[in-house]
Design a protein around this ligand. Structure first.
Ligand SMILES: *Cc1c(COP(=O)(O)O)cnc(C)c1O
Length: 414
């Protein structure tokens, strides 16, 4: 199968169970597993569908060095929405001219970093979403490539916390874009407009998404003389087993149609779409408790390991790798933290989990390990990359010593 023809969806039970058991035995749990072949397939499918666009990887979905490298080696430039992401992309070996920086309420230290980088790399494009950010860039001597982030006033996505398109925090209000662009043209090399309107967009959201993009395209036509119009990311993946994958060809046709009269390159910044289904989280069952309502299944992963269910009410499929053939029972799977938010699923039919079983939680390659914390003094998990038959540790498991390291190094605590 050529990469471009890879299936648009990869379900959790398609992962090789024996391999997952071996990885868990070798590296312990909880463990993130990233399949780099799948990342490359996703990149190829996306760039195949959007062959008219400049596609960049939005690094915040997964900023791991190995992941950034895999995506960059597959041919994509990297969109960074924080100076720390620029730093991590550079550390991953991405050439500075392959980076773009989008500033959202940028702290001084972030702007300083970006302007320093621009001084040696004039190809760097900086995207700003507030007039004051233009002043702060100018005050640092920046007069380089600039894009203005537009707030189209319409947001889309899987959860209100990610529907950025109508949130006043993001971008220049729609009716002020032309004025801000005119001002920016006096001071910078104005090369583009930018909009990122939401995340996790699936078929049901496409009509809204189209309306948002139409507004961006309309203002792009009005301001004219642009090198690119960047329509952001937001391409959704099916988290539930019965959800259909996004019809990329249809979305590409929609984007091409909406931008038909825009005389500029279309740029896109998918994050989630490229990496979500390339990742699984392996976790071991440690405790079983029978209650009247459900089988309560205690595992060694927690909301500190993967917070999306607690933070976004996100559905993540849970698969019993060890006992896939058993009869399903209603199971509530949760971690070791003392908060009722620490559950991955409630009363969900899962092949009867037993103590010692290995469970896999699907679609965690995006916004998984990057949102992991040490809350409740949980050392953060390890990550393994699989690449063909090869497997390598790409992030070591934290130890208890890592929990206290920053205090150990602070002078105030002898
Ligand atoms: C988060 C983000 C993206 C990527 O969003 P996905 O939903 O992961 O595709 C793209 N552009 C910007 C500016 C972002 O902040």
């Amino acid at each position: 199968m050529t990469p471009g023809s890879s299936p648009a969806v990869r379900r959790l039970d398609e992962w090789d169970a024996d391999r997952l058991e071996r990885l868990a035995d070798a590296h312990d749990t909880p463990l993130y597993v990233m399949d780099h072949d799948r990342i490359r397939e996703n990149v190829a499918r996306f760039t195949g569908a959007f062959d008219f666009a400049h596609v960049m990887y939005a690094a915040k979905a997964n900023t791991g060095r190995a992941v950034i490298r895999a995506v960059h080696e597959a041919g994509l430039d990297v969109e960074c929405a924080a100076a720390g992401e620029l730093h991590r992309a550079l550390e991953a070996g991405v050439a500075p001219q392959d980076l773009q920086y989008t500033a959202v309420n940028p702290p001084d230290r972030d702007l300083d970093y970006a302007v320093d980088l621009w001084e040696s790399t004039p190809e760097l494009t900086v995207t700003a979403g507030a007039p004051m950010t233009l002043d702060r860039l100018e005050a640092r001597g920046f007069d380089g490539r600039l894009a203005i982030r537009v707030n189209p006033g319409i947001g889309t996505g899987h959860h209100e916390k990610v529907a950025t398109g109508k949130d006043a925090k993001f971008g220049v209000p729609y009716d002020r874009v032309e004025e801000v662009v005119a001002d920016a043209r006096e001071r910078f090399d104005l090369v583009g407009l930018h909009a990122h309107v939401g995340s996790g967009v699936l078929a049901d959201d496409l009509a809204d998404h189209r309306r948002a993009l139409e507004r961006v395209a309309a203002v792009a036509e009005r301001v004219g003389d642009l090198e690119f119009v960047d329509l952001g990311g937001g391409f959704g993946v099916p988290y539930r087993p019965d959800e259909d994958p996004l019809d990329l060809e249809a979305v590409a046709a929609m984007v091409a149609d909406v931008t038909a009269d825009v005389d500029a390159t279309v740029a896109l910044e998918p994050g989630r779409y490229l990496v979500a289904d390339a990742g699984v989280l392996l976790t071991r069952v440690n405790t079983i408790k029978e209650t009247a309502g459900a089988r309560v299944v205690g595992v060694d992963a927690s909301l500190s390991t993967m917070i999306r269910p607690a933070m976004f009410d996100a559905y993540h499929h849970v698969h019993n790798v060890t006992g896939a053939e058993r009869e399903p029972v209603a199971a509530s799977v949760g971690g070791p933290l003392c908060t009722s938010a620490d559950v991955f699923c409630t009363d969900r039919p899962i092949p009867r989990p037993e103590a010692g079983d290995l469970l896999a939680i699907g679609n965690v390659g995006a916004y998984g390990i990057d949102l992991a914390s040490q809350f409740h003094s949980q050392p953060r998990p390890a990550e393994v990359a699989i690449d063909g038959d090869d497997a390598r540790l790409t992030r070591r498991r934290e130890t208890f010593a890592d929990l206290t390291r920053l205090e150990d190094e602070a002078p105030g605590l002898e």
